[in-house]
Structures are given as structure tokens and as C-alpha cells.
Design a binder for this molecule. Structure first.
Ligand code: SF4
Ligand code: FES
Length: 248
């Protein structure tokens, strides 16, 4: 396939940035999207030009690093996949593809297509954990009975990889699907109930402090989430938050 790429280039956080056109030829439909960008970067390096900076690590849908906004959609036109799992067969010969970074006030651009998502780390640090004794006398998790439905829902919530596509897809740049998933994965399990009140208050407060917007129930986050995280997690977080607020 021969393609035209329109890619956001921005030298650093203070640079204004602009879209730049690139032609790329002989792209195999079996290449991943990131492999296609690797080929482009090799060509740019051979020409003595600056390669396009983009985030990636595992390249198998696990780490949540890859974060491109492709033709107006977080992670591109496929469903249930991350950018690294997107294949060029989703595009046609002659296509023009727009490639931008995830855009949100709380995700400032560092360079080109790389954004700073440490706001998510700070939300996690505010409460996305359980405090357990790891000194050698831990209780086997299987010794605590857990309702099957709750266990399944907790595991589903725990599949969130923290990619930020929910934020990038939301007109309000809301992080509530991410935070809802992180709150839910603990709220549904007995091990998570001990610190549940502080967790939801602290994580939501940190989310607000980072500058993420509010949820207005448009559901774009759920549609674009590569892991199919359900809006139900936002509803659960809201219930947890209300109960925690009433407790004071
Ligand atoms: S909820 Fe989905 S879109 Fe949002 S960070 Fe988690 S995996 Fe990514
Ligand atoms: S590079 Fe790890 S999820 Fe895409």
C-alpha cells in the first residue's frame, strides 16, 4: 500500500507544533501500525531527518504505553485493540492517515506523539493499592471467600491498562472510566474494602487536582477503550464516592 501520513510534529512542550505530510510506500497490510511508523522513522533517519517520537513498550496490548489518535479515534479505527495491535489491513491503498497525540490538558505533549501521562500515576499513588503485610505471614488469597460475580467484575475492571484512550476520546477529557476501573477492582473484593473510604475520596480528589474534566455520560470512553472497560465502573465509583462522602 502507498499512503500519505499527516503527523503531528512538535519539538518540545513549548513548541507550537504542526501537522507534517509524509509519503510512505510498499506498506504491507500485515504490518502493525507501529511497524509502519518504524519503517517511516528508518527512512527519516537515512535522510538525516528527525524521527517521529511515539510511545511504545510491550507491543502486545498489555502495557498501555502506545497512545496515538488515528483518524480522529484513540487507538485508531479497530475495536478492542491498542495502537500496537492495530494492523495496516484496516486501511486502504491511497489512504491519507491523520496521526496525532492524545489531547487533554492533563496529558501535555512532551514531543511529537508522546504525551505525559504521569497524572494517571499520581491518581494510582493516591489510593490504587491495598496495604498488606508482605513479611512472610500473608494469608493465602484463596482462603477468603469471594462472590463469583464480584470476582469476575473485579478482574474485568483490573484489565484496564492505563492507556488514557478514555480521556482522549472524551469531549470533557474525563478520566472517570480509568479511575472507576481502578476503584472498582478493589471495591469489589473483601481485601479492598478495608481502605475503600479513603481510596475513593483520595483518588477522585487527585483526579480533579490533575485537571481532568467531569463525566457527562456520552459513553465515548467505553466505545474507544481497548479493554472494553464498562461504564458500570463509573456508576460504581460514584456510589462509592457518595457513601464515602457521607461517612465524612
Ligand atoms: S479505561 Fe480503557 S481506555 Fe481508559 S485507561 Fe483503562 S484501558 Fe485505557
Ligand atoms: S505498546 Fe504496550 S499496549 Fe501498546
Amino acid at each position: 500500500m502507498n499512503l500519505t501520513l499527516k503527523i503531528w510534529r512538535q519539538a518540545n512542550a513549548n513548541d507550537k507544533g504542526k501537522m507534517v505530510d509524509y509519503k510512505i510506500s510498499d506498506v504491507s497490510p500485515d504490518m502493525s501500525f507501529l511497524e509502519m511508523l518504524d519503517v517511516l522513522n528508518n527512512e527519516l533517519i537515512e535522510k538525516g531527518e528527525e524521527p517521529v517520537a511515539f510511545d511504545h513498550d510491550c507491543r502486545e496490548g498489555i502495557c498501555g504505553s502506545c497512545s496515538l489518535y488515528i483518524n480522529g479515534e484513540a487507538h485508531g479505527p479497530d475495536r478492542g485493540v491498542t495502537t500496537c495491535q492495530l494492523h495496516m489491513r484496516m486501511f486502504k491503498d491511497g489512504d491519507t492517515i491523520f496521526i496525532e497525540p492524545f489531547r487533554a490538558k492533563a496529558f501535555p505533549v512532551i514531543k511529537d506523539l508522546v504525551v505525559d501521562r504521569t497524572a494517571f500515576d499520581r491518581i494510582q499513588h493516591a489510593g490504587g493499592f491495598i496495604s498488606v503485610n508482605t513479611s512472610g505471614n500473608t494469608i493465602d488469597a484463596n482462603a477468603i471467600p469471594v462472590n463469583k460475580e464480584n470476582a469476575d467484575d473485579a478482574f474485568s475492571a483490573a484489565t484496564c491498562i492505563g492507556c488514557g484512550a478514555c480521556v482522549a476520546s472524551c469531549k470533557n477529557s474525563s478520566a472517570m472510566l480509568f479511575v472507576g476501573a481502578k476503584v472498582s477492582q478493589f471495591a469489589l473484593l473483601p481485601q479492598g474494602r478495608v481502605e475503600a473510604t479513603d481510596r475513593v475520596l483520595n483518588m477522585v480528589n487527585q483526579m480533579d487536582a490533575e485537571g481532568f474534566g467531569n463525566c457527562t455520560n456520552t459513553g465515548a470512553c467505553e466505545v474507544e477503550c481497548p479493554k472494553g472497560i464498562s461504564l458500570e465502573n463509573i456508576a460504581r465509583m460514584n456510589r462509592e464516592y457518595l457513601a464515602a462522602s457521607l461517612k465524612g
